[in-house]
Design a binder for this molecule. Sequence first.
Ligand SMILES: [Zn+2]
Length: 934
Amino acid sequence: MHKKFDHLAIEKKWQKSWKDANLYAVGKRDLQKEKRYLLVELPYPSGDLHIGHWYAFGVPDILVRHERMQGKQVLYPLGFDAFGMPAENAAIKRGLNPKEWTYKNMDTMRAQLDQMGNAFSTDMTVSTTDPEYFKWTQWMFGEFFKKGIAYRGEGIVNWCPHDHTILANEQVLSDDTCERCGTKVEKRTMASWKLAITKYADRLIDDLDTVQWPSYIKELQRNWIGRSKGAEIPFTLSNGDKVTIFTTRPDTLYGVSFLVLAPEHPLLKTLPVENTEEVQKYVDEATQKDEVDRLNATKEKTGVKLEGVSAIHPLTGESVSVFVADYVLGNYGTGAVMGVPAHDERDNAFAKKYALAITPVISPITGVPQENPEHRKSIVAIVYNPRTDTYMTINWKEQQQTLFIGGGIEEGEDVIAAAIREIQEETQCTNVVYKAQTMPIHHHYFAHAKNVAREIDAVGLLFELADDEETATQLDGAEEGKFEAVWKDAKTIEREVIDELHRTVWEMLVDGKVHSGAGTLINSGEHTGLSSEDAKAAITQATGGKETSTYRLRDWSIGRQRYWGVPVPIVYSPEGEAHPVPLEHLPWTLPTDVDFRPTGEAPLAKSQELRDRVTNIFGEGWTPEVETMDTFVDSSWYFLRYFDAQNGGAPSSLAAQKDWMPVDLYMGGSEHTTLHLLYSRFWQKVLFDMGLATENEPYTKRINRGLILGPDGQKMSKSKGNVVNPDEHVERVGADTVKMYLAFMGNYGEAANYPFDLGGIAGIRRFLERVNGIREHVKEEESKDMTRLLHKTIAKVSTDILELKFNTAISALMIFVNAAEKEGLAQESYETFLKLMAPFAPHLTEELWHELDKTDFIHEQSFPTFDASLAKDDVVTIGVQVAGKRRGDITIAPDTTQEEALTAALTNPEIAKYIEGAPKKVIYVAGRILNIIP
Ligand SMILES: [Zn+2]
């Protein structure tokens, strides 16, 4: 029955009690207990706790409490990532100092977090704006500088004209807009501070194999880093200049018919081309286009031939045309590529447009290798009838296979003659016109008609029926009527021809597909006959090139021309040389005499206080660096500081890291997959290499949680008026209800989005009122069914919590409450149920626990364990299908035999009416399903 409760009084009371008892302080590492480091991404102090924060911190609290009740020592800390542009922009708007604004927000949010009633590790927190924190951010930066990981370099950067600062590549969205403000990002060439994340590109990819993350998150990081293995190959140009191209397919080198330089390629400025004006115009236009546009596969490729300049093929010595084309990016590989039109769709389209040679150099390999094959040369012939728009196929009756015309080449016969002979033999057509042929295709198969394994070199040929040829429709072939020749349209052929060789021939000759896969080298001089794999190394070596990889990832641009961040701790000597600020002068604090409104010039450049500080410490002529660091630097190592936040001698001691690292489960937003999640892995690896971290990878498991949408199913935004304010709901129905409602929305481990539903939250509140009323159903003795249900519920809730399926765990608890209200339950079961509920509704269960005159906290109890024998069913209800359609249920013992189950099914007239006589077949899975085929 429903029993109302005063959530405000209850929640306030227990929050205070827990705090007074210091219940959630973690204290020193207790080696008697297993450790669990459960981490949530630390929030940005934007002003108010929103519903997303509740989802991010409130729901995992269920897991935290469950693990604590299982006797583990759980670290569940929370801090603030408090530097950065949003606070700075908000402060400017209000005419405040960003520091003032940020610290006020943190106070507000701390009070709101208290209302959540979470089991946060109260003794472990950080704020990235705390000087004792950023002192170590700066110290590590200085160490990175000494190792060449941090450097100041000139290059093309992303510039947000609205925020007046550089952005990292990761902060620019796919449509070339700023992730913070949505403004179109500009490209500028300027110097700024960077971190050499590209040095770690291979490890950032390869070490993903060592962590237990969902594969889609790993794939997103791999794609972002974008490694292509390949080779750099040197070409000499006709004027003597050298150009090095990057290719992932050095095995196709003999098929090169042109080179392409990116519009950004430096050689374009100096090469003695004859059509300078045309080239310059093209380059100017191309560099203004964005990458997405340039790489758009569906757009026609454009380019300009460099007149008067050619390249010399490094192996054949032949002359090769050189183009500039915008589909090659300046930062891909070496900014120059080779065009192999026979084996690349894009190069093929380009070659056709500019009438360049198309030379096949890779022969495809199809089929599955057989034992003891017979070797021979063969043809596959496709004959096209233009009058009916159909193609000749051979239907093999016994094999039920549709092929084109095929056969062997006889001694001394050329391929076209062989094909014409086969066409005549199999179809009696004689008057055909040769159109085209493929390169040889290496094919393995078993010839059923001849009962022999074969390994063949086949050439595909296309013919057209001549005008005056009779087209007999059903020509019966030879070989005792084993096959017939049939004209079929392209659609039918696409569906029916599945043989790999014949399909490949069709795709090449009719669809015009290029063979872009591996194979055996042909037309490749001394390298002819090698496999693609072997040829890659051999050809690279023969040209004097080198095997290498290229990456999409760029070095991480961290310098910001803004105020509210960690100052880059660098000073310049009178000679202009950069020196890290020594540890004794850290933290290197922000000056206060600054107009921090953004103008494009770094605010710190205008600070007299900073200049004076540098002169006083380092001497006359020394000057400060004026860039501040992006906030993603601050959050790259915070998880190492939580458990050693008081350490005055190091960012995080190795001993403390041994106690707590790695993070066992990291829960965060999907928007950080290729930002924070990548940056922090990189930072960790640098620390690991420097002996400052114990782990090579920081996070064992990771989940990206979903997003809570507005009640209208749209992303929440002030302008849409669909923002859900959690404080209102906490006031109205209580923190337990809000948290449990969010947990009930769906599987927490899946990044799905859920609309906030007011009806749903009311439903959870009513459920908690029923929980509050269960005590009135407690009786002396409970039924066996009730005991069984309790143990089943424990089993279900325990496994679901570990899999983050809080929603189905709550469903199981609801089923239990239904039964308890109907049938009543024993006192012991009631107490067990309260403990099961405790992680989900921590305040209410604590209250109910104490109503039983308990003196300790419910959250200090052990989580219930279940007895498998008690959880076992006496009977189960299983579905019965007749011919695959569900016709009814039967209720039987779980270990009933098939015969007994069938008998039970046949006694049910609703099922029996579909079955006449003895069934043909019965499929029975005990405890699951019975399927009868009548
Ligand atoms: Zn912006």
